[in-house]
Design a protein around this ligand. Structure first.
Ligand SMILES: Nc1ncnc2c1ncn2[C@@H]1O[C@H](COP(=O)(O)OP(=O)(O)OP(=O)(O)O)[C@@H](O)[C@H]1O
Ligand SMILES: [Mg+2]
Length: 257
């Protein structure tokens, strides 16, 4: 099922590291409103693919199209401004700052350059509004009551919720999450799934995930990668039944569909 007007699409997207084809001519399209998952064994090229989408890496070949526009040559920050948010590649919070400051900084990164006046006098009247927005996103992840605590004092799981809040502060059209449940307890994984179900009402989501229960629970469609290539693409039901996918995971210790 190809999207007619996809939010995001890639065509022939490739990335070589020397002789290694980390991403090999990958085509896919994500529709607005979708939770789209990318799975595959370790080293399949999932993070590399995402890094091409966010602009961290430049492709060896191929295109990335967002809202009908070719963004392949745009810098990371330009893509953020267009509505691409990325989370979890690294723990990206500022531990010595309050939760409120962390979220405000993320939001500011979004606004800088939009009108060219962020942080200047012209923005003074927007301060109250920004503060309300900051609390609103902290509230979404259940951390509004701790807005003035230092981010570094949060538990690992709560730091992850803060990262989600920072992503939401960007008001993204597409929220990309690379292994968001890594290191979370079972209970926190459940909470994460609830969060995604709430976030998806406003935002499309691209999820790289090793936890098959999470993928099968949340994803509308799944792209399976193996050795840089697209191995399969389909609904959770289709992917579970796909023999190529079952073969790709044989002997892999991390995931079993
Ligand atoms: N900066 C780099 N330089 C050289 N090779 C790299 C680099 N980053 C990734 N690779 C290689 O590219 C391939 C794809 O790696 P990538 O990290 O995209 O896989 P992944 O699917 O995200 O794996 P994982 O599930 O372990 O996160 C691997 O063979 C990896 O060793
Ligand atoms: Mg990865």
């Amino acid at each position: 099922m190809a999207a007619v007007n996809p939010l995001l699409s890639t065509s022939g997207l490739s990335l070589n590291f020397g002789g290694l084809k980390a991403v090999a001519a990958v085509d896919f399209a994500l529709e607005a409103g979708e939770v789209f998952a990318i799975i595959g064994p370790n080293g399949a090229g999932k993070s590399s693919l995402v890094n091409l989408i966010t602009g961290r890496y430049q492709p060896s070949a191929g295109q990335v199209v967002f809202e009908g526009q070719d963004i392949t040559k745009l810098a990371e920050y330009q893509r953020v401004r267009r509505g691409l948010a990325y989370s979890f590649q690294i723990t990206s919070i500022f531990p010595g700052m309050s939760l409120r400051e962390n979220v405000a900084l993320a939001a500011e990164a979004h606004h800088v350059g939009k009108g060219g006046n962020a942080g200047k006098g012209a923005n003074a009247g927007k301060g109250a509004n920004a503060a309300t927005q900051t609390l609103a996103v902290l509230n979404k992840v259940g951390l509004a009551g701790r807005a003035d605590e230092m981010a570094g004092a949060l538990s690992y799981g709560h730091q992850r919720w803060l990262e989600i809040a920072m992503g939401l502060a960007l008001a993204p059209k597409l929220f990309i999450m690379d292994e968001p449940t890594q290191g979370l307890s079972d209970h926190e994984v459940e909470k994460f799934c609830d969060l995604v179900k709430m976030i998806r009402r406003d935002t499309s989501i691209l999820l790289i995930e090793h936890n098959m229960d999470v993928v099968m629970n949340l994803a509308d469609r799944i792209l399976v990668m193996e050795l840089g290539k697209k191995l399969a693409l389909g609904s959770p039901r289709e992917i579970k039944a796909n023999l190529d996918v079952q073969r790709a995971y044989l002997g892999s210790s991390d995931v079993k569909p």
